[in-house]
Design a protein around this ligand. Structure first.
Ligand code: AHR
Length: 497
């Protein structure tokens, strides 16, 4: 077993880790909204106003800080008035992006905002710039946030909601370089300038405006946006980056059947997001200190499960996804100076889902458990951490064995998360803590074979277990097995937050 040294310096604070970095995304796509989140008031499945109670409880347990809706690509085809008023009178539309199925519009603005209130999370609306109008966006904001005397307020009240809701995050368009209108950056920025002017602060709300940012490493898009916008119009650019194991969108690879080389290729591709964040961040910082990055779509994208609708993007989730999730979250923590929010794609039954449902059954995926283990970082301060690392891999794919981050919380805890990405080696780590006296530590571990998953007949095959450590002379000793994710909460004294 290899011994590696680690250092955490609690005095060297890097940046605040916004709780929104642990955010999520729900689109009208496949079984994410319908069946996954929303089953309707008359369903046999226990629900509150049509939303599954098991899903509400799982979201609450995560302390889900923010939920993005209604898309994705769907957002630029969504007209919000379709989704308010009497359900039986709401129009049926075609979900043109995702399988051409009928969109009943039974889950709309009221259902979404009430769900966010129930969970206690911030709603993050994706506004329609592609096929909508500035008026439509402005009316939607007024309908949601205004309390004065206006037709929109009256309509909201007539539809059953007396008081306005709170709205902070508003995206203006989605992937407008692609599905959202195939725009050039010059054209998009002109459209954005116009739309954002009608996204008004009403009823005490102060909107945080998000422009459609780049896909992956498209630095030209970021440069053009920053050239043509200024920080009075935009608060953040979104970044979308999906991890495709093979790197080939035509043959992405299976979610459950993969070789060790494909596994290392997946992790190698996921780690590339750090370079993208830094480079997009550097472009933004040439222009302003204020604008941030929001990674509002991230995660693994595989070939759909055999026998499922190709337009529904349903995939299983294994320990590989757990490692991917841990690597991404550590990267977001370590780049919290520029990343102020991130939203895993997607919350239920779509892509790298937190939860999978089948009728009355619901299971938590390995990705869910990682999100839950990492939630201690929410609203803490990222601090300096370093591990002597080594390279591991197979088939020409080499990656650093360990991914890690550390933070200190206001309640006097040091949080350390580590993923051992190696499929062959365990490591003995001696972690020296600087700037505070470490006392007891509690830990959790998620580990298993890289192909291990939870299924409807084996829902707890992969679940976190207690993880033990020793502390002596301010050094935490731990052994991290191959293919595992650990989360430690260390009590310490002598440290001023
Ligand atoms: O998350 C699935 C799709 O991926 C989203 O609708 C779109 O924004 C992206 O291309």
């Amino acid at each position: 077993m290899r011994k590696l040294n680690m250092v955490v310096n609690t005095l060297d604070k890097k940046a605040h880790i916004n709780r929104e970095i642990y955010g999520h995304f729900s689109e009208h796509l496949g079984a994410c909204i319908y069946d996954g989140i929303y089953v309707g008031e008359n369903s046999k499945i226990p629900n509150t106003n049509g939303v599954r109670n098991d899903v509400i409880a799982a979201f609450k347990e995560l302390k889900m800080p923010v939920l993005r809706w209604p898309g994705g690509c769907f957002a630029d085809d969504y007209h919000w008035l379709d989704g308010v008023g009497k359900k039986s009178e709401r129009p049926k539309r075609i979900n043109a992006y995702w399988g051409g199925v009928t969109e009943p519009n039974s889950f709309g603005t009221h259902e979404f905002f009430n769900l966010c209130e129930k969970i206690g999370c911030e709603p993050y609306l994706a506004g329609n710039l592609g096929s909508g109008t500035p008026k439509e966006l402005s009316d939607w904001i007024e309908y949601i946030t205004f309390d004065g005397d206006s037709n929109m307020t009256e309509l909201r009240k007539k539809n059953g909601r007396e008081k306005p809701w709170k709205l902070k995050y508003i995206g203006i368009g989605n992937e407008n370089w692609g599905g959202g209108g195939a725009m050039r950056p010059e054209y998009y920025t002109d459209e954005y300038r116009k739309f954002q002017a009608y996204a008004r602060n009403l009823g005490g709300s102060h909107l945080f405006k998000v422009a459609c940012g780049p896909s992956a490493d498209d630095y030209r898009w970021t440069e053009k946006l920053m050239e043509n916008l200024n920080d009075t119009m935009v608060d953040a650019l979104s970044l979308h980056y999906y991890t495709v194991p093979t790197g080939d969108w035509e043959h992405k690879g299976s979610s459950t059947k993969f070789s060790d080389a494909e596994y290392y290729g997946t992790i190698s591709r996921t780690l590339q997001i750090e370079d993208m964040i830094r480079k997009h961040g550097a472009i933004i910082r040439k222009y302003t200190d204020k604008v941030k990055l929001i990674v509002d779509e991230w995660g693994c994208w595989y070939d759909v499960e055999e026998g499922t609708n190709p337009g529904f993007l349903y995939q299983q989730n294994t320990m590989r996804d757990a490692i991917v999730a841990a690597c991404n979250l550590n990267i977001f923590n370590n780049n919290a100076d520029i990343v102020c929010m991130a939203n895993l794609a997607q919350a239920v039954n779509v892509l790298q889902a937190l939860l999978l449902t089948k009728g009355e059954k619901m299971i938590k995926t390995p990705t869910y458990h990682v999100m839950n283990m990492f939630k201690t970082h929410q609203d803490s301060e990222n601090v300096y951490s370093f591990i002597e690392n080594e390279k591991v891999g197979e088939g020409g794919e080499e990656i650093p064995a360990l991914s890690y981050s550390a933070s200190v919380s206001q309640n006097g805890h040091l949080n350390i998360t580590i993923a051992n990405c190696s499929l062959t080696d365990e490591y003995e780590i001696s972690c020296r803590v600087i700037g505070a006296t470490a006392s007891a530590a509690t830990g959790e571990i998620l580990t298993g074979n890289v192909h291990d998953k939870n299924d409807f007949d084996a829902p707890t095959n992969v679940i976190p277990k207690v993880f033990g450590t020793e502390i002596k002379d301010n050094v935490i000793s731990l052994t991290i097995p191959k293919c595992s994710v650990i989360s430690l909460v260390v009590g310490f004294s002598g440290f001023k937050y």
